[in-house]
Design a protein around this ligand. Structure first.
Ligand SMILES: Cc1ncc(COP(=O)(O)O)c(C=O)c1O
Length: 303
């Protein structure tokens, strides 16, 4: 097996990703009837895996999908993959509802299927962090709608796929998504932060977002740096009046946004608060990894 070959854990063992096979009758394939979570490594070890497993379980519970694997089994699978994958990786832990059921009706009993993909990590280019990226507001003011609550990380990403396609066609890097109340919720695979007068604001957990694990850590980092932060609806006035904007996700970490559509954000370059958060974030990652912390709730030291 080549050293950096992408891998998959499927049917109880590790295989090269290219050789992994799934029955076409799997409900994940047929109906996006699945949930997942994406974890990245730092120093070859998964980052905040406990938090990702908690969110995976919450997603599963919200769609009535049993998870018959214990945390220690899931951790062992992650470690088995990573032991064979030198270099930084992203792990996509997926649970589908497996086969069966009469049409859309749930199978009884359910036989969920676990698949874990282990692939080389591909964060955005260094230039995106140096210069910042642009986000695009969807035309037409349509709220995001997949029928699945936003706090559930389900396999149903088609609405986000289409929003990103539209954004890329218009020259943007990411697309912003509207919450049901017309406020800005998040982007297609990241959470949104606004900086104004030195303070952060980010859509709250009730504002149609995925509760990002990076978002949670950024809020802790801000507190430890003495940067004020509020959680709540973010409207157009917040967005267009921002001094700085940034996106967060496990893969993107803290990514400056310097344009909304064709409008510059603040001075049009990554701003000082974003840079402080970004540096504080990198330091927190080091500390958490050194301490072997797998859940943020276990506490981080102040910066
Ligand atoms: C819709 C959405 N929002 C936010 C995030 C960021 O979450 P996290 O920081 O846990 O990676 C993601 C991650 O993929 C996402 O898909």
């Amino acid at each position: 097996m080549a050293k950096t070959e992408p891998l998959a854990w499927i049917d109880g063992g590790v295989v090269p990703l290219a050789a992994a096979r799934l029955p076409l009758t799997d409900r994940g394939f047929l109906f996006a009837d699945s949930i997942f979570d994406t974890v990245r490594t730092y120093g070859g070890r998964p980052f905040l895996l406990g938090d990702h497993l908690d969110r995976l379980r919450a997603s599963a519970a919200a769609v009535f999908l049993p998870v018959p694997w214990s945390d220690s089994e899931l951790v062992a699978i992650a470690n088995e993959l990573l032991a064979r994958h030198p270099g930084e990786a992203s792990l996509r832990i997926m649970i589908t509802r497996g086969d069966g059921g009469s049409g859309l009706a749930l199978p009884e009993p359910q036989r969920p299927r676990l698949v874990v993909l282990c692939r080389p990590l591909h964060p955005p280019d260094a230039s995106a962090y140096r210069e910042g990226v642009s986000v695009v507001r969807p035309p037409g003011g349509q709220a995001k709608a997949s029928g699945v609550p936003s706090h559930v990380k389900s396999g149903s990403y088609l609405a986000n796929v289409l929003a990103l396609r539209e954004a890329r066609q218009r020259g943007g890097f990411e697309a912003l998504l509207l919450a049901a109340d017309g406020s800005w919720s998040e982007a297609t695979t990241s959470n949104l932060f606004v900086v104004r007068d030195g303070a952060l604001r980010t859509p709250g957990l009730a504002d149609d977002i995925l509760p990002g694990i990076t978002r949670a850590l950024v809020l802790e980092v801000a507190a430890s740096l003495g940067i004020a932060a509020t959680e709540g609806a973010v409207g157009d006035a917040d967005l267009l009046g921002a001094d700085e904007l940034f996106l967060t996700s496990s893969i993107k970490e803290v990514l400056p946004v310097t344009r909304v559509d064709d409008l510059p954000v603040g001075a049009g370059v990554p701003g000082p608060v974003t840079q402080r958060i970004s540096q504080g974030f990198a330091a927190a990652v080091q500390r958490l990894q050194a301490a072997g912390t797998t859940r943020l709730a276990d506490g981080i030291d102040p910066a």
